[in-house]
Design a protein around this ligand. Structure first.
Ligand code: AMP
Ligand code: ZN
Length: 493
């Protein structure tokens, strides 16, 4: 057993609603599955937040010495519009609109997803399986569910029989819904459905003639239901029962509820010991949504080219901002919040960059072991990164005190202190080193601010030729000035 596995982690389990002591199925090993993106458009920052939280959890488990098999899928088939059981496949729709092949859509947005994750310093998962690569496994699962009496075929489509399942199992146990309430609250939309009951969900859909993404099956040429792929891929790579399953809060129902039902119906086992749900990202107090336009994508935030924020923010600042609240809290993305995080991030980095120059003394006036355990305790408490960061700020205060000579550390303690800071700042939080003075974007913004001031002076002197020249020539090199009621801001293309 690795040195650090004695650290007892508690995980908030959405299934029980309690923080539970984490005990992996196989000592020393962790199996973790996180629902990945549907690759039909650019990932938005909400997606990034969820994956970032699980990246930090993955990093911490690895640091503790667990052998983690982290599976994060790519949804490249079967996810219909509005998460429904009828309508067009999200990927096919995009392909039709852009007049390209569905697999071109998949390729384009998978590449975009990976680029974004690299920019934000994500660790790659151990396996990144695709839905289209696991059609056979999904068909086999459907056969088992039918054989066990929990699914039925109608006109080439197969549906999961939720009512039948609920006679012996508990449909709704994760999302705390009762089937009776679901029945009461379901509107029958058109009465055209083949389903026995509106609560039933599709395992296999027969493809309409125009539906391009289709595979042969015992029931029809068609495609799998969206919930099925995660059951097929998680059990294939992690076993019929595994340790952790994560995703965003919005997936709890119906997606994760259906995953549990499928697994219980096919294998008679509840698949997951710890269900973890990351909370939503908001933008200026409102849910991020592409349809209302209240959304900003990662590139726009990184370049400053957006209508919401006063400047560009670096990837580590955004990671730091995310880690400053618990993965279970709603996080509101605001300019004030990002500015504060940026300040905090550089304050921490400036302290970290002093570490190498610190000199050891004969004795220690700081109890490094106690401080170090506080860092572990924070992460052990359901990955409480905001508390961890408060201890890292305490450490940066110590760093400055040691530099000034008002506190001292022995050589051994200084070593431990440095190692622990590096572990938490870089390995666990996944931040990348930076200092305010060497940040290119900050130098650029300093320089543009000077030009904005000169332009204001030119305008005040009625020298409009000069003020326009400054604006136009900046535009030529890709820097757009925007005059607003609170002054002039800029964005970089
Ligand atoms: P999707 O591509 O829509 O299937 O979503 C991929 C992941 O991002 C899922 O785990 C979602 O729960 C998560 N997600 C979607 N929207 C948000 C949001 N606004 N905030 C946080 N996570 C989100
Ligand atoms: Zn999933």
């Amino acid at each position: 057993m690795h040195l650090f596995q004695h650290q007892q982690i508690k995980i908030y389990n959405s299934l029980t609603g309690e923080k539970e002591t984490f005990k992996p199925i196989n000592e020393g090993y962790v199996g973790m599955y996180v629902c990945g993106p549907t690759v039909y458009s650019n990932v938005h920052l909400g997606n990034v937040r969820t994956f970032m939280s699980f990246d930090m959890i993955f990093r911490y488990l690895k640091h503790l010495g667990y052998k983690v098999r982290y599976v994060r899928n790519i949804t490249d088939a079967g996810h219909l519009e509005n998460d429904a059981d009828a309508g067009e496949d999200k990927i096919t729709k995009k392909a039709r609109l852009e007049q390209i092949e569905p697999m071109e859509v998949v390729q384009r947005y998978t590449v975009d997803f990976h680029n974004i994750l690299n920019t934000f310093n994500f660790l790659p998962p151990s396996i990144e399986p695709t839905a289209t690569g696991h059609i056979i496994e999904q068909i086999e699962l459907i056969k088992s569910i039918i054989d066990n009496g929990f699914a039925y075929e109608v006109n080439g489509s197969v549906y999961f029989d939720v009512h039948k399942f609920n006679e012996t199992n508990d449909y709704g146990k994760l999302s705390k819904r009762k089937l009776d309430d679901l029945i009461h609250n379901t509107r029958e939309l058109d009465g055209q459905s083949d389903k026995k009951n509106p609560q039933d969900f599709a395992l296999w859909k027969k493809a309409e003639p125009q539906h391009i993404m289709r595979w042969p099956s015992p029931w029809s040429d068609g495609f799998p239901g969206w919930h099925l792929e995660c059951t097929a891929m998680s059990t294939k790579y992690l076993g019929e029962q595994f340790d952790i399953h994560g995703g965003g809060m919005d997936l709890k129902f119906p997606h994760h509820e259906c995953e549990i039902a499928q697994n219980e119906a096919a294998k008679g086992k509840s698949p997951v010991n710890y269900w973890m749900h990351a909370n939503m990202l908001e933008l200026n107090g409102q849910r991020m949504s592409k349809t209302t336009g209240n959304t900003v994508n990662p590139d726009e935030l990184l370049s400053g080219n957006n209508k919401f924020f006063s400047k560009a923010y670096g990837p580590s600042v955004i990671r730091f901002f995310n880690a400053q609240s618990s993965y279970r809290s709603v996080l509101d993305l605001t300019d004030d919040g990002l500015l504060a995080s940026e300040k905090g991030f550089y304050r921490l980095m400036d302290a970290v960059n002093l570490l190498d120059g610190l000199k050891a003394s004969e004795t220690s006036t700081i109890d490094v072991n106690t401080w170090k355990q506080k860092c572990y305790d924070a992460m052990n408490d359901d990955f409480n990164s905001p508390i961890l960061i408060s201890h890292l700020f305490e450490a940066s205060k110590y760093i400055n005190q040691i530099k000034e000579g008002s506190e001292t550390l022995s050589a051994e303690d200084l070593n431990l202190f440095k190692t622990t800071i590096n572990i938490f700042v870089f390995d666990v939080l996944g931040l990348e080193n930076a200092s305010k003075s060497d940040s290119g974007t900050d130098k650029l913004s300093g320089a543009v601010d000077i030009l904005i001031k000169l332009r204001q002076e030119a305008r005040a002197n009625k020298d409009f030729a000069l003020s326009d020249k400054i604006r136009d020539e900046l535009a030529e090199v890709g820097i757009q000035l925007k005059d607003g009621k609170d002054g002039t801001t800029f964005s970089v293309n």
